[in-house]
Design a protein around this ligand. Structure first.
Ligand code: ATP
Ligand code: MG
Length: 262
């Protein structure tokens, strides 16, 4: 049964997509069966994996609206050892179209649950909002959410609102919703600010901050324009090593006993 993790933070540009694709690709390299779900109309995850969305007929939108079948929509990316449910332009309209549909918050969950037996990990990349698409992402997060937090001034801003949203979902829609972990991103070891942010985030989320953190790395920012995960684009870079470390930490916590020596 696949673990389903949703990468969420309504703040923009904190590293959600970078984490989705690079963590996903790394888990794929470790031999796990990985499905990445692009739930963002910006389609950054889709593009970052080198998939040209204007060539696609269907994606996440068709799945959650109910006009497409998963078996026909999922793309297999043999080179990066992952599968992808891509985001197409139609997804931009979903936020409004979902409002009138029955079970509008649970549609992604319904689509992904039956796919769990085919994968070890399903990773959902959310847009920077707390709208209906993100709500669908949260309610599909069977094994918890992963919250990237950028190590910058005002890093904690919005996290109260996010935890309140999680709490409301637990009360009304999905009592089992948990936080799997908080990931510090764009950490700059030369600044006190990054260390301060880390201390503050640890105080805000006791015992939930991953030990591994993602440094600020130019290579990580470059890789998407080549349509490659960092492990392929620059395997020796600090960013690649960081996503390797976080993948191992996740696997260890999830009880996967695979050979991670390589
Ligand atoms: P959005 O909210 O728009 O979906 P996001 O949270 O998905 O954004 P990303 O797209 O992953 O954030 O990252 C924002 C920008 O920062 C991108 O240009 C990305 O390449 C860059 N970036 C992400 N992580 C790092 C890092 N560790 N070091 C340097 N640049 C990074
Ligand atoms: Mg993104």
């Amino acid at each position: 049964m696949a673990k389903i993790y949703t990468i969420v933070n309504q703040k923009g540009g904190v590293g959600k997509t970078t984490t989705s694709i690079n963590l996903g690709a790394k888990l794929g390299e470790f031999g796990l069966r990985v499905l990445i779900v692009d739930l963002d109309p910006q389609a950054n995850a889709t593009a970052s994996l080198g998939v040209e969305r204007h060539r696609l007929n269907a994606g996440t939108y068709e799945l959650i609206i109910g006009t497409g079948k998963a078996s026909e929509i999922i793309l297999h990316h043999p080179r990066y050892k992952i599968s992808l449910i891509p985001s197409t332009v139609n997804l931009s309209g979903a936020e409004i179209e979902l409002i009138d549909l029955p079970d509008r918050e649970k549609r992604l969950q319904r689509v992904l649950d039956p796919l769990r037996e085919n994968y070890d990990y399903i990773i959902i990349d959310c847009p920077p909002s707390l709208g209906l698409l993100t709500l669908n992402g949260l309610i599909a997060a069977r094994d918890g959410v992963i919250i990237p937090v950028q190590c910058e001034y005002l890093a904690l801003e919005g996290l109260g609102q996010l935890t309140q949203t999680l709490q409301r979902i637990r009360q009304n829609l999905f009592p089992e919703l948990t936080i799997r972990g908080v990931l510090l991103t764009m950490f700059d070891g030369r600044t006190n600010l990054s260390a301060d942010v880390r201390a503050e985030v640890q105080k805000f989320f006791p015992n939930l901050v991953f030990e591994a953190y993602i440094p600020r790395s130019v290579r990580l920012a470059e890789a998407p324009s080549f349509g490659m995960p960092i492990s392929v684009y620059a395997p020796e870079s600090s960013g690649a090593k960081a996503y390797d470390a976080i993948a191992r930490e996740l696997l260890l916590g999830d009880g996967f006993e695979i050979d991670l020596e390589k």
